[in-house]
Design a binder for this molecule. Structure first.
Ligand code: SF4
Ligand code: SF4
Length: 191
C-alpha cells in the first residue's frame, strides 16, 4: 500500500487503532491541564504542540491532530514529565503507545525518523551493537535523497578522525540477540 493511502486511513475504521487510542486516552484521563509536563520537558522547544496541548487533544479524541504533529516523535523518554505530573500519570508510556501507533501507519512526516530508528535497531539485532557504516548506508539508500549523505559528511569525517567510527567490511552479524528481540516482540504482542 502507498504511503499516501496508509495515512488516509481513518482511525475509526480500524478497531485495533481505536482500541489503542482508547487505552491512551484512559491513561491521561485524570489530566488537570496544569502544564507541569510542558514545563518539565527538555525537548519542548522543538515541538509543534506542547505536551500539555497534546494531552488535551488526546482527551478530546482529536487523534488525527496528535498524529499529524511531531511532538510525540521528539520525546526522548527522559521520564521528567512522568516523574513530575501531579496526577502521577504514565505519560512516557502513553507517548510510547503513540509512537507505536504512528510507526504502524508509516506517516510521511515521520518517515525519516522511522527509517533511522528501524535501521539502527536492525543493525543492533544483527551484530549485538550498532555498525555505524552499515546502518547509515542503509538509511541513506532507503531515504532515496542523493543530497542527504552530504549533510552528514562533515560529522562523519570528524567522527572517523577521532576513531569513533571505522570503515567496516559487510557482515551478516552473529545474530546472538535475535532470540532476545523475538522475546520482546512476543511480549509486546501479548500486551
Ligand atoms: S503534568 Fe500531568 S496533569 Fe499536568 S498537564 Fe501534564 S499530564 Fe496533565
Ligand atoms: S518523557 Fe518525553 S515528553 Fe516527557 S519530559 Fe521527557 S522528553 Fe518530554
Amino acid at each position: 500500500m502507498a504511503l499516501a493511502e496508509k495515512t488516509a486511513i481513518d482511525l475509526g475504521t480500524m478497531p485495533e487503532e481505536a482500541a489503542a487510542l482508547a487505552e491512551i486516552r484512559a491513561m491521561v484521563q485524570p489530566c488537570i491541564q496544569c502544564g507541569t509536563c510542558t514545563g518539565s520537558c527538555p525537548n519542548e522547544f522543538a515541538m509543534d504542540l506542547t505536551p500539555r496541548h497534546m494531552w488535551r487533544l488526546v482527551l478530546l479524541g482529536l487523534a488525527e491532530e496528535v498524529l499529524a504533529s511531531r511532538t510525540f516523535s521528539l520525546c526522548s523518554a527522559c521520564y521528567m514529565c512522568t516523574l513530575r505530573c501531579p496526577r502521577g500519570l504514565p505519560l512516557t508510556e502513553a507517548i510510547g503507545r503513540l509512537k507505536q501507533l504512528a510507526a504502524r501507519r508509516h506517516l510521511p512526516h515521520l518517515r525519516s525518523g522511522d527509517l533511522f530508528y528501524r535501521n539502527f535497531i536492525a543493525s543492533v539485532r544483527r551484530h549485538g551493537r550498532v555498525r555505524e557504516m552499515e546502518f547509515m548506508g542503509l538509511y541513506f539508500a532507503q531515504m532515496m535523497n542523493p543530497w542527504l549523505p552530504l549533510r552528514y559528511a562533515g560529522m562523519g569525517g570528524r567522527l572517523m578522525r577521532r576513531g569513533k567510527v571505522a570503515l567496516q567490511l559487510p557482515s551478516r552479524g552473529s545474530g546472538r540477540l535475535v532470540k532476545l528481540f523475538e522475546k520482546v516482540a512476543e511480549m509486546e504482542n501479548r500486551s
